[in-house]
Ligand binder design. Structure first.
Ligand SMILES: *Cc1c(COP(=O)(O)O)cnc(C)c1O
Length: 415
């Protein structure tokens, strides 16, 4: 399938213009507005001469215009990869069937036995689990350091062994924000690659590669897809490194289905529109909660009270759509508060059109006791509110109606 080169370079640099047009090909065949879903497992050749022509390019370099077998590529996937690369300001991107598939493939492809990773402590729990179990089996060790403690991070680096410095920003659930200049500098100084999971930020709010970070990854299940209806993951970075990941994907076989890729591409077109709205709504909700007597504490990097407000303001053009807070009450008062809400669904995940709310004490850490949870900083009364695209006023009315019924004895504000 041949397609004309993208004309989108000349269309402007605004995030919404880029989200709609960046990396898109104008002529996709069949005069189709959207990238057609090529639902096939294999590709055909007219004759043997064409086979040889293809293999010459594939084996000896050159720009491939097609593929032979769907594990190695599909037009929907190529299109999505081009678009995400544009949004991140990256040379290239590689797409996977989930965020976990992206991060595990990167580590398995790049790391050798005896190498080492440094990661921060409030990283996604499954990523941490993968490092501490699977990678450990292959002789790859991981050091976990407190988020925001750059001295501890530097001290954890093992000369010539540490290959990756990995953090998320903003983190879950406390929305801590990493100082990207500092991370990039540490990486260069110690010859370690830097990997940032910026699922919570999206390239609308933060573009880590501009700070000299080596790889950016996303769970595209969240804001990229944006509709709570598809799983996907992505890594963006320098062309050579991404090519190695694509080659490995052809061997691992963790390829995204073309229909899944189509859904993410469709979601991407409204990314900037949604994220800007979510930034605004989240800030309003965070400010409302911060002034509420039945709320002990609010965590949102857009608030002056957040420990990383300074660095977030310097780096990010918006603070994202997730607000965490502690209800002035115990575990039961908190879950009752959640149960009374009418708009948000009770569910894990974030980044879609529907607001989702969860109590981390139950959702992510049910297997731990209250004391064990406290030891890792998860309070019983903590709530994570992932805003959808509903109107701020309606969400606040809903919160108000429920908060007003939180028992009064709990209404003592902690300082
Ligand atoms: C959801 C999530 C992941 C995992 O992504 P999946 O698409 O669910 O596999 C990784 N990192 C962060 C920050 C996430 O929110």
């Amino acid at each position: 399938m041949t397609a004309s080169k993208s004309k989108a370079e000349n269309l402007g640099k605004g995030a919404s213009t880029q989200a709609v047009h960046g990396g898109a090909e104008r002529d996709k065949g069949f005069h189709s507005m959207t990238t057609p879903i090529v639902q096939t497992a294999t590709y055909t050749f007219d004759n043997t001469a064409k086979v040889i022509e293809f293999l010459e390019e594939k084996v000896y370099g050159g720009e491939l215009e097609r593929e032979e077998y769907a594990r190695y590529g599909n037009p929907s996937v190529w299109s999505l990869e081009r678009r995400i690369a544009k949004l991140e300001g990256a040379e290239a991107a590689v797409v996977y069937p989930s965020g976990m598939s992206a991060v595990t493939s990167l580590f398995l492809t790049v790391l050798r036995p005896g190498t080492h990773i440094v990661m921060t402590d409030d990283c996604y729990r499954r990523t941490r689990q993968f490092c501490e179990t699977t990678l450990k089996k292959f002789g790859i060790n991981t050091s976990i350091v407190p988020m925001g403690d750059y001295e501890a991070l530097e001290a954890a680096i093992v000369p010539r062994k540490t290959r990756f410095i990995f953090t998320e920003t903003p983190t879950n659930p406390y929305l801590r924000v990493a100082d990207l200049n500092r991370l990039a500098e540490l990486g260069k100084q110690h010859r370690a690659m830097t990997l940032l999971d910026t699922t919570f930020a999206t390239p609308v709010n933060l573009r880590p590669l501009e700070y000299g970070i080596d790889f950016v990854m996303h769970s595209a299940t969240k804001y990229f897809g944006g509709h709570n209806d598809v799983l996907a993951g992505v890594i963006a970075g320098a062309a050579g490194r991404i090519k190695a990941l694509k080659d490995a994907r052809g061997i691992f076989g963790n390829v995204i289905d073309p229909h899944q890729a189509f859904l993410v591409e469709r979601g991407l077109k409204t990314l900037a529109l949604r994220v800007r709205h979510q930034n605004e709504t989240a800030l309003k909700v965070a400010r409302y909660l911060e002034n509420h007597l039945k709320i002990d504490r609010v965590y949102y990097p857009g608030l002056e009270s957040h420990p990383d407000h300074g660095i977030a303001s310097a780096q990010m053009s918006g603070f994202g759509g997730v607000v965490s807070f502690e209800v002035a009450g115990d575990i039961k008062a908190t879950s009752d508060f959640i149960d009374r809400l009418r708009i948000p669904y009770i569910a894990p995940s974030l980044g879609g059109t529907e607001s989702l709310i969860e109590q981390p004490a139950y959702f992510s850490y049910y297997d731990l006791s209250s004391e064990e949870r406290l030891a890792i900083g998860i309070k019983d009364n903590l709530v994570r509110f992932a805003l959808g695209i509903e109107d701020a006023e309606d969400l606040i009315d809903d919160l108000e109606a429920s908060l007003s019924q939180v028992p009064a004895r709990a209404a003592v504000r902690q300082v």
